[in-house]
Design a protein around this ligand. Structure first.
Ligand code: HMH
Length: 209
């Protein structure tokens, strides 16, 4: 039977949990995260979102025209998100022109490589990258100020609705995908979960930049 997005999350429950429940998020919820840990995440996530925006643009290139509306809304939201990151970085006097940490660089390389995969694989990856953030931030909500604003960005019902739209599009693409494409989509799904976990861990360990 053809896998859909919900089946993927159920089939890989442990990996899903490890990607979306982390001491970093728990530290934001309780307010015990250190400024260095949070700022490591903030800067590295900005660098991630820059590359994620390029990925989103490539997904649009591969998508059927019926999927444009949702993807174009996504790109517009990313424009606001990038400027929101820059505002937060400036308020904390953080430089954004720094090197990517290894986990971030790996994630960016992974998104680059997805450009060469068929649309159902890209659509599944795009959905899961947003879905894990929705689940992770929502799961650790409400957060202590000033982190509550961050939890709301990805944990809100509005963002959840966007993730649902992405899920429907990915499911539609998967329903007519070949067996090979479905296997590739499942592998990409698992890669995202692994990369997410490593990204939280990187921020939590707060390496010297
Ligand atoms: C690491 N994963 C990571 N950062 C993000 N901003 C998202 C997913 C969702 O956009």
């Amino acid at each position: 039977m053809a896998a859909d997005c919900r089946q993927l999350t159920h089939r890989h429950e442990t990996a899903w949990r490890e990607a979306t429940v982390h001491p970093f998020l728990e530290g934001c919820r309780t307010g015990t995260i250190t400024p260095q840990q949070f700022e490591t995440w903030l800067v590295q996530d900005y660098l991630f979102v820059v590359e994620f925006t390029r990925f989103a643009a490539r997904v649009l290139v591969a998508a059927p025209v019926e999927h444009f509306d949702v993807l174009l809304d996504g790109l517009t939201a990313l424009r606001d998100e990038l400027s929101w990151f820059r505002t937060h970085a400036a308020a904390r006097s953080l430089r954004l022109d720094v090197l990517r940490q290894e986990s971030c660089a790996q994630y960016c390389r992974f998104m680059d490589q997805l450009a060469h995969t068929p649309y159902p694989v890209q659509a599944t990856a795009f959905w899961v990258i947003e879905a894990v953030y929705n689940f992770a931030w929502h799961g650790a909500s409400p957060m202590a100020p000033p982190y509550d604003e961050f939890a709301r960005r990805w944990g809100s019902p509005e963002f959840g609705a966007y993730v649902e739209q992405l899920r429907r599009q990915a499911d539609e693409a998967l329903s007519s995908a070949s067996g090979t494409e479905q296997t590739q989509a499942e592998a990409a799904f698992l890669d995202v979960l692994r990369l997410e976990r490593s990204f939280w861990q990187m921020a939590f360990e707060c390496p010297e930049s």
